[in-house]
Design a protein around this ligand. Structure first.
Ligand code: ADP
Length: 371
């Protein structure tokens, strides 16, 4: 679709050179960009090659007559919206009327009156552009509507998932507490039950945090605030936060980091690492190491979280960063939001996140942030 502000382009189709020249001059003086064609074939070739806003079409032409040309214009998706004003001799008025019935926008009789020509051209072009503006608006409205519906569906899905996912650990937590308060649990069984209740409470807390993190970043409440920080300190802080989980599962943690400063939002990057580490620890078996590598050079700050877990099937690799996507190794309770948060947080920094993985050997999540 052409821009509404551009100079309207008119194609004059007439086998008579004199008429062609007169029409051309008249329309050029009115401020239009005019091209001409001497027969139907040339006209159709020009119409297909570049966009026009109006065709002034002689009815009586040797070879293809106006009726046929109009038929071709109307049959082609690319040209059917270009208005056609038919020019006929006085004796051809009946035919001109037929052409209007067949879709021509208007007609003029020869000898063409200059004032009338300009008035009709202006009206046809204006209504074509009005129609284009309407179409553009309609397109914008339907795109917004589709986006709104999508967001609505996403919210419904989210509500459904939250309710579903929170219920299981909540039921288990309440069950443990009920048992404890019933007085039926012998003293030596109580610490174990309490520990189970604490763990369940923690995973509930983690799920709520993931939801809040993503929501705050998406809604723009929480903006990225980069500051100059010591990157290995951020990695160490993240490792400290997941140490309890790693110890409980017998997963050794390792850090390889040079001392270097980088500009980043410390708390967001820490949460990104916590998410990646949490996933890596959960999929790793006892005794399998999870490590964090930090490289900083003049172009980027690169953080890698490496595990020797089950790996991620190729088909899953592009999907795991989508919201709510839970792959083969998701461990309940889970939201499928952790990696979506990581992606958003990294991209808001102007960086990139991806995964290299080999099924059966492990995964390496890479976060690359510009310096
Ligand atoms: P969640 O962990 O809540 O399911 P995430 O967005 O953090 O959601 O992860 C999405 C999916 O990616 C997980 O369900 C899991 O299948 C897969 N995944 C993430 N990290 C790893 C990993 N280190 N190894 C194997 N699979 C992983």
């Amino acid at each position: 679709m052409r821009e509404a502000e551009s100079t309207p382009r008119v194609l004059v189709v007439d086998d008579d050179r004199m008429t062609q020249m007169l029409l051309r001059r008249n329309l050029t003086q009115a401020g239009y960009e005019v091209e001409s064609a001497s027969d139907g074939h040339e006209a159709l070739t020009k119409l297909r090659a570049a966009p026009f806003d109006l065709v002034i079409l002689d009815f009586m032409m040797p070879g293809m007559d106006g009726y046929e040309v109009l038929g071709h214009i109307n049959a082609d998706e690319a040209t059917k919206h270009v208005p056609v004003v038919v020019v006929s001799g006085v004796d051809d008025r009946a035919n001109a009327a037929l052409l209007v019935e067949a879709g021509a926008a208007d007609y003029l009789t020869k000898p063409v009156d200059g004032g009338l020509l300009r008035a009709r051209a202006a009206r046809c072009i204006e209504s074509k552009r009005l129609r284009e503006r309407e179409l553009r608006l309609l397109e914008e409205v339907s795109t917004s509507y589709a986006k709104l519906r999508e967001a609505e569906a996403m919210r419904d899905q989210l509500t459904h998932m939250i309710v579903h996912d929170l219920r299981t650990p909540l039921t288990s937590l309440l069950g443990s507490l009920k048992l404890l308060s019933s007085g039926k649990v012998p003293p030596d069984g109580q610490p174990q039950l309490l520990e189970l209740a604490r763990e369940t409470g923690e995973s509930l807390n983690e799920m709520v945090n993931e939801l809040l993190d993503l929501h705050r970043l998406e809604s723009g409440v929480d903006l990225i605030k980069p500051q100059s920080v010591e990157v290995s300190r951020v990695a160490r802080a993240a490792l400290d936060k997941v140490r309890g989980l790693a110890d409980a599962r017998g997963v050794p943690l390792k850090l390889e980091a040079a001392n270097a400063e980088a500009r980043l939002d410390e708390s967001k990057v820490e949460r990104v690492l916590i998410n990646l580490l949490g996933n890596a620890i959960k999929v790793s078996g006892r005794g399998r190491e999870v490590s964090v590598h930090v490289h900083v050079d003049e172009h980027e700050t690169r953080l890698e979280v490496i595990d020797a877990g089950p790996g991620i099937p190729e088909a899953d690799r592009s999907k795991i960063f989508e919201r709510f996507y839970r792959g083969a190794h998701s461990e309940l309770p889970s939201t499928g939001l952790g990696l979506a948060f990581c992606k958003l947080a990294v991209e808001t920094h102007g960086g990139k996140i991806w995964v290299d993985s080999q099924v059966g050997e492990g995964s390496r999540f890479v976060v690359s942030l510009p310096r």
